[in-house]
Write a protein of this length. Sequence first.
Length: 117
Amino acid sequence: VQLVESGGGLVQSGGSLRLSCVASGFTFSNYAMSWYRQAPGKERELVAAIFRVGGSTHYADSVKGRFTISRDNAKNAVYLQMNSLKPEDTAVYYCHADRPLIGSSYWGQGTQVTVSS
């Protein structure tokens, strides 16, 4: 099983980044997919989630209206489009796959996002 994130980097405040996560080794379409982030000295927090049925989404209040999560089941991929980035968005961003009914979940290795002021 692998979740491989990409797309992180250094961007100025107000800029945009698009994170990608490509999955392998499990049936991607059966899993809810999420992005979490962890800033230095802080707990890991949920940023956005997209559910396997109907594609409904959920966002943390801090990113609503700025971030968009999407998935492409044909490509086993989930994306996070991040616009109007702020310095407080600086963190390591992790991809997460979850299928709670069978107690199965996986984490990616993380990708660093740094927003300069």
